[in-house]
Design a protein around this ligand. Structure first.
Ligand SMILES: C[S@@+](CC[C@H](N)C(=O)[O-])C[C@H]1O[C@@H](n2cnc3c(N)ncnc32)[C@H](O)[C@@H]1O
Length: 367
C-alpha cells in the first residue's frame, strides 16, 4: 500500500485513473464502429449485387482484379476499393503470386454471399438491407417512447403491417420468402442432427404452419422420408410455392385454423407476434394435432438473461429481438420463462427444450 492521498491509497487511485484512460481510449475507437456501422451492411450488399463471390466461384480459381472487373463489367479502380475494404474484414482473401500478380479468392464467409447454394445467406442480407426493411428503423424511438400512443415502425413507414404489405407487394414477398428459405436450409439439418430422432419418430404427417414456400419441409421430408408434409401459409405465399414431392401446399390463416396432422411445426413464426396472438396460434395448432400423442415443434431463439458474448449465436437472438421491435407490432424474442408462459396459457401440459447448432432452439409442446 502506498501513502494516503485524500484518504485513498495512491496505487489504487493511480490504477483507477489508468483504467479510466483506457476506457476513454477504447470508447474513442469504438464510437466509429457505431457511427459507420451501416457501412459493412451496405458494402456487402453491393458485393452481392455485383456478384463478386459468384464470379470467383464460377471461375474455379483465384482471379486478378482485371479478370473480376471485366467479368462483372465494373470500374476496376472502384472495385479495387470495395475489395480492399472486404479483404480488410477477411471476407475475401488476397494472394501475391510468384509472378507478382495479385489474385483474389473466396473464403467460407464470402461463400455465404453467393447468390445460390446450401450455405448462401445472400437473400437474407438483401431483405434486411432493402429500403422497405430499413425504413421502419427510423421510428424505433417513437415505438419505445411512452408519449403519443403506439407507433408501430413498419406501419408508420408503409401504412400497414409487414404481412399485409407482402401480400400487396410480390417483389417484397419474394425477398421475404427467399430470405427465410436461406435460413430454413441451414436450420433443418441442425434440428435433424441435434434431436431428429426424438422430434420426428412416429410423426407420419407434419404441418408446417407459416412454412413459407416449403423449404423447411423439402429438407425435412428428404431427411425423414416417412413424413408427409403439409406446407401451410397465407394465400399469396402458397400461390408461389413450388410443388415438392411428399409435400402438399395449403393456403389459409393460422388464426382461423390449422390443417390436421400428427405434429405441427412452427419455425420463426411465433416471434413475429405478441403473447396473446401466440396463444391463439398455439391453440389452433393444439386443435390440429391428436390429444394423445400429438406435439407442437417450436423452433425459436431462447433469450438468455445476463451478459452474452458478442458474436455468439445467443447474441444474434438479442439482435433479432430488436428486428422484431422494428418490423412487427408486438413480436419479440423470448426467454425460457416467456416461452413457458405462452405454451402453458395455450393449454399444453408439458414442454421440453433442446439446444441445437443454430440461433434457434427446439421447444416441444405436448397437449
Ligand atoms: C418469418 S416467416 C417464417 C417462415 C418459415 N417458417 C421459416 O422459418 O423459414 C413467417 C411466415 O408466417 C407466415 N404468416 C404470417 N401470418 C400468417 C397467417 N395469419 N397464417 C399463416 N401464415 C402466416 C408468413 O407469410 C411467413 O411465411
Amino acid at each position: 500500500m502506498g501513502e494516503l492521498q485524500g484518504g485513498k491509497p495512491i496505487l489504487e487511485a493511480w490504477n483507477n485513473k489508468k483504467e479510466e484512460e483506457e476506457e476513454e481510449a477504447q470508447a474513442q475507437l469504438e464510437i466509429w464502429k457505431y457511427i459507420f456501422g451501416y457501412v459493412e451492411l451496405a458494402v456487402i450488399k453491393c458485393a452481392i449485387e455485383l456478384g463478386i463471390a459468384d464470379a470467383i466461384e464460377s471461375h474455379g480459381s483465384p482471379m486478378t482484379l482485371s479478370e473480376i472487373s471485366s467479368t462483372l463489367g465494373s470500374d476496376p479502380s472502384l472495385l479495387n476499393r470495395i475489395l480492399r475494404f472486404l479483404i480488410n474484414r477477411k471476407i475475401f482473401k488476397v494472394d501475391k503470386n510468384s509472378d507478382s500478380t495479385t489474385t483474389y479468392a473466396n473464403t467460407p464467409l464470402s461463400r455465404r454471399f453467393l447468390k445460390k447454394g446450401q450455405q448462401s445467406m445472400a437473400a437474407f442480407l438483401l431483405l434486411e438491407s432493402s429500403p422497405v426493411m430499413l425504413a421502419p428503423w427510423h421510428s424505433l424511438s417513437a415505438r419505445v417512447s411512452a408519449n403519443g400512443g403506439i407507433n408501430f415502425p413498419f406501419e408508420k413507414a408503409h401504412g400497414e403491417d409487414v404481412w399485409a404489405y407482402a401480400a400487396e407487394n410480390p417483389g417484397h414477398s419474394n425477398l421475404i420468402n427467399e430470405a427465410m428459405a436461406c435460413s430454413a436450409k441451414l436450420v433443418v439439418p441442425a434440428i435433424v442432427e441435434g434431436c431428429g430422432d426424438e422430434v420426428f419418430e412416429g410423426v407420419q404427417t407434419l404441418v408446417d404452419v407459416g412454412g413459407g414456400t416449403g423449404t423447411a419441409l423439402r429438407a425435412l421430408v428428404k431427411a425423414c422420408p416417412w413424413i408427409r408434409g403439409i406446407n401451410f401459409d397465407l394465400a399469396h405465399v402458397i400461390a408461389v410455392a413450388p410443388k415438392i414431392e411428399g409435400v402438399e401446399n395449403v393456403a389459409g390463416d393460422m388464426f382461423l385454423g390449422v390443417p390436421k396432422a400428427d405434429a405441427a411445426f412452427l419455425m420463426w413464426v411465433l416471434h413475429d407476434w405478441g403473447d396473446e396472438e401466440c396463444i391463439q396460434i398455439l391453440k389452433k395448432c393444439k386443435e390440429a394435432i391428436p390429444k394423445e400423442n400429438g406435439k407442437v415443434i417450436i423452433v425459436e431463439a431462447v433469450i438468455e438473461e445476463g451478459a452474452i458474448k458478442q458474436g455468439n449465436l445467443k447474441d444474434v437472438g438479442l439482435m433479432l429481438d430488436m428486428v422484431m421491435m422494428a418490423h412487427t407490432s408486438f413480436g419479440k424474442e423470448r426467454t425460457l420463462e416467456e416461452w413457458e408462459y405462452v405454451i402453458k396459457m395455450a393449454g399444453f401440459t408439458s414442454y421440453t427444450v433442446k439446444n441445437i447448432d443454430a440461433v434457434q432452439s427446439v421447444l416441444l409442446a405436448y397437449p
